[in-house]
Design a protein around this ligand. Structure first.
Ligand code: ARG
Length: 460
C-alpha cells in the first residue's frame, strides 16, 4: 500500500475504483518533461526566497534531472496509485534523494503546476504545428509555381463558373493555411503567461519571485490574478479552435482531391504510394488518406465542443473537471500534426491532368461573363449585356455547341454590337489573362502572389 502525498487526514485506503476513476497519469504522463522544467524553475524561486540553501537547491535539481533522463530513456515507471504525473515525479524524487524532496512543493499546488505544464506543452505543440503549416504552405507554393500554365474551371455551386489558373486555386489554400498560422502565432501571446506562483488559488506567503520563474520558463510575464491563473483554460480552447479551423481547411482541400480523383472529374492523379486498394474490387485505387483527414475533422470539432462544455458553469477556481482538458487536447494535437504531414505529402504528390483540366474549363460556357464584358466594352449597360449573353448561351446550348463555335452572323442576331473581335474574348486563355485586378487569376497576378508568398515564407 502506497501512501498518498495527500494522505495525512485519511484513515482509509482509497477505493480501487476511485483510484482508477480519478487517476490521470495514464495520459498526463505526456507532460512529464514539462513538469520537470516547471519544477526546476520553482527550485530557483525557492532558493531565491531563502527557502532552500544553495546545496539543497542543487540536490533537488540534480535529482530532477536524473528523473528527466529516466523519462527520456523510457526507464521511468509511472504508477497509477500515485494519481497523476506530478505526484509520480515527486515520489520518484523522494525515493532518489530522501526527505529533502518534501521541500519541492513549498509554495506550490498542483493547480498552478498543472496549468504551467499544460501551457509549456501547448507552446511546444503550437511551434510544431506552425512548422508543419509552413511545410504545407511551401509545398502549395511550389506546386503552384510548377503548373502556372494549367487552366481549369473555377466553380461556384459546384457548377462551372469561370476559367482560373490551377495555380490560383492552390494559392487560395496557401492563404487559408497562412491565416491559420497567424492564429496559432497570435495565441502564443496568451499561452506565454505564467501561472506558476499562484499556488492553489490565492497566492502564497513565501516571497516567490514570479518574474524569475516566468523568465526561466520562457514565459513573457506572470499571470496577473491567481484565481484566474489556476482556473483559466482559454488557451486550451483557443488551441482546439485554431486546430478545428486547420482541420476544416484540410477537409475542404481533401474533399476537392477526392472529387478531382474521380473519373467524372479526372482532374488529378495521385501516386500509388499515397492511395490504397479494395479487398474485393481489383481495379480500385482510392484516395483514403484524403477521406481520413476529412473524417478526422469530426473528432477535432468534437474535442472543441467537449472542452467548451466542461468549462461552462465551472465556479472559480480549480475544479477536478479541469482534468478533462487533457485528452481532447492531446488527441487534437496528434490528429492535426498527422493530418498536416499527410496533406503535405498529398499536395506534393498530386499531378494535375492539364489537358483534361483545360477541356473542362471550356465546358459549361465559362466565358459567358467575358462575352457580357465584351458587350459592355461596346457601350451596352451590363444588365442588358447579361440578358443578351444569356440568350446566346441558351441558343448555343440548344444547338449543342460552344460559344466560339457560333458564327458571327449567328451572334449578331442577338446584338448588332458584336463584331469579329469578339472571338478573342471567348477563349479561356483570354478570360484568365484579362482578370488582372489585384488578387485575380491573370498569370502575372498569380506569379506575383507566388513571389510574395515565397518572400513571406523566407521571412518566417
Ligand atoms: N491531475 C490534475 C489535473 O489534471 C492535477 C491537479 C489536481 N489538483 C487537485 N487539487 N486535485 O487537473
Amino acid at each position: 500500500e502506497l501512501r498518498k502525498p495527500w494522505g495525512g487526514r485519511f484513515r482509509e485506503a482509497t477505493d480501487r475504483l476511485v483510484e482508477e476513476f480519478t487517476e490521470s497519469v495514464s495520459f498526463d504522463r505526456r507532460l512529464a518533461l514539462h513538469d520537470i522544467r516547471g519544477s526546476l524553475a520553482h527550485v530557483k524561486a525557492l532558493q531565491k526566497a531563502g527557502l532552500l540553501t544553495e546545496e539543497e537547491a542543487q540536490r533537488l535539481s540534480e535529482g530532477l534531472k536524473a528523473i528527466e533522463r529516466e523519462i527520456r530513456e523510457g526507464r521511468f515507471k509511472f504508477r497509477m496509485e500515485l494519481e497523476d504525473v506530478h505526484m509520480n515525479i515527486e515520489r520518484a524524487l523522494f525515493e532518489r534523494i530522501g526527505p529533502l524532496a518534501g521541500k519541492l512543493h513549498t509554495g506550490r499546488s498542483r493547480n498552478d503546476q498543472v496549468a504551467t505544464d499544460f501551457k509549456l506543452y501547448l507552446i511546444d505543440e503550437t511551434r510544431d504545428i506552425l512548422s508543419l503549416l509552413k511545410d504545407l504552405r511551401q509545398v502549395l507554393v511550389a506546386k503552384a509555381e510548377a503548373h502556372l500554365d494549367v487552366i481549369m474551371p473555377g466553380f461556384t455551386h459546384l457548377q462551372h463558373a469561370q476559367p482560373v489558373l490551377f495555380s490560383h486555386h492552390l494559392m487560395a489554400y496557401y492563404e487559408m493555411f497562412t491565416r491559420d498560422a497567424e492564429r496559432f502565432r497570435e495565441a502564443l501571446k496568451r499561452l506565454r503567461i505564467s501561472p506558476l506562483g499562484s499556488a492553489a488559488l490565492a497566492g502564497t506567503p513565501y516571497p516567490l519571485d514570479r518574474e524569475l520563474t516566468a523568465q526561466e520558463l520562457d514565459f513573457e510575464k506572470p499571470a496577473a490574478n491567481s484565481l484566474d491563473a489556476v482556473s483559466d483554460r482559454d488557451y486550451a480552447l483557443e488551441f482546439l479552435f485554431n486546430s478545428a479551423i486547420v482541420m476544416m481547411h484540410l477537409s475542404r482541400l481533401c474533399e476537392e482531391v477526392i472529387l478531382w480523383m474521380s473519373p467524372e472529374f479526372g482532374f488529378i492523379d495521385l501516386p500509388d504510394a499515397l492511395c490504397t486498394g479494395s479487398s474485393i474490387m481489383p481495379q480500385k485505387k482510392n484516395p483514403d488518406v484524403a477521406e481520413l483527414i476529412r473524417g478526422k475533422t469530426g473528432r477535432v470539432y468534437g474535442h472543441l465542443m467537449a472542452l467548451l462544455t466542461v468549462l461552462k458553469g465551472l465556479p472559480l477556481t480549480y475544479n477536478r473537471d479541469l482534468q478533462e482538458d487533457k485528452e481532447p487536447v492531446f488527441d487534437t494535437a496528434d490528429t492535426v500534426k498527422r493530418s498536416l504531414k499527410l496533406a503535405t505529402l498529398m499536395v506534393s504528390g498530386l499531378k494535375p491532368r492539364a489537358a483534361r483540366l483545360r477541356a473542362a474549363a471550356e465546358e459549361g460556357y465559362t466565358t459567358a461573363t467575358d462575352l457580357a464584358d465584351y458587350l459592355v466594352m461596346k457601350g451596352i449597360p451590363f444588365r442588358e449585356a447579361h440578358e443578351i449573353t444569356g440568350k446566346i448561351v441558351a441558343y448555343a446550348e440548344e444547338k449543342g455547341v460552344k460559344l466560339w463555335e457560333l458564327s458571327l452572323e449567328e451572334l449578331r442576331r442577338f446584338s448588332e454590337s458584336i463584331e469579329a473581335d469578339v472571338y478573342e474574348w471567348l477563349t479561356v486563355e483570354g478570360s484568365v489573362a484579362r482578370r488582372r485586378t489585384l488578387g485575380g487569376t491573370a498569370p502575372e497576378r498569380v506569379r506575383e502572389a507566388i513571389a510574395s508568398a515565397r518572400r513571406q515564407l523566407e521571412s518566417e
